[in-house]
Design a protein around this ligand. Structure first.
Ligand SMILES: N[C@@H](CCC(=O)N[C@@H](CS)C(=O)NCC(=O)O)C(=O)O
Length: 217
């Protein structure tokens, strides 16, 4: 199967983490031509008021059709790579059991963010985030840690980098580490789940990731 030739446009915020970064890296790794559209946070509110992006970003436009849901888009990118040769073919492997762990990790992160406290009141936000990270949030991280430790590693699927590693690292770990989350220490993951921090290091050093950042420098 060859890669699609219809124009692909991936729309997200202008930062190198969050829900679209794993998709950007996967598209690059499989050689998929796409337009990387980055919206400034300050412009987003006006676009929402116009009725755009009602369920948030990222959005993948293929031709005139808009697709939402970051993990569906990420799996699409991973599946496109399956027919290629080498490491790109293993990003979303054709192996049901391996994909059970990969998909489990992806869905755990979706639950983590779905429940993450977002109160307008700063005191309530602080209290709820601290409680969350000591309770349910920690349970989600424990699940990720357990999934990672199912194999001898270094990746979630064992020896090969997958879309789950990219998503866990860029969609979750970096978001903590970059200090986007008020009232949660940047070092929270490192302090509580060193194995996940070690995953971040091997992902950062993987040629697919370093090649991607070289290409965008
Ligand atoms: N389940 C959706 C959630 C999308 C989502 O909430 N995106 C955030 C950014 S990471 C957003 O756009 N929030 C602003 C909004 O929804 O208006 C997905 O995974 O794509």
């Amino acid at each position: 199967m060859s890669l699609p030739t219809e124009p692909h446009e991936l729309i997200y915020f202008d930062f190198n983490a969050g829900r679209a970064e794993a998709i950007r890296i996967t598209f690059k790794a499989i050689g998929m031509d796409f337009k990387d559209v980055r919206i400034k946070q300050s412009d987003f509110g006006a676009k929402k008021k116009e009725g755009m992006y009602p369920t948030g970003l990222p959005v993948l436009k293929i031709g005139d059709t808009e697709y939402t849901q970051s993990l569906a888009i990420l799996r699409y990118a991973g599946k496109l790579g399956q027919s290629l040769k080498g490491a790109a073919s293993k990003l979303y492997p054709d192996d049901a059991k391996l994909c059970l762990s990969i998909d489990q990790a992806l869905d755990v992160t979706q639950d983590l963010w779905f429940s993450f406290p977002q109160d307008k009141d700063e005191e309530a936000k602080k209290k709820n985030r601290q409680e969350y990270m000591a309770g349910k949030g920690k349970v989600f991280f424990s699940q990720l840690d357990e999934i990672l430790k199912r194999t001898d590693g270094p990746f979630i699927g064992g020896t090969d980098l997958s879309i789950a590693d990219l998503s866990v690292v860029f969609g979750s770990l970096k978001v903590f580490e970059m200090g986007f989350l008020d009232h949660v220490p940047k070092t929270w993951v490192k302090d509580n789940f060193p194995a996940l921090s070690a995953l971040e290091k091997v992902v950062d050093e993987h040629p697919m990731v370093t090649d991607y950042y070289k290409s965008t420098a």
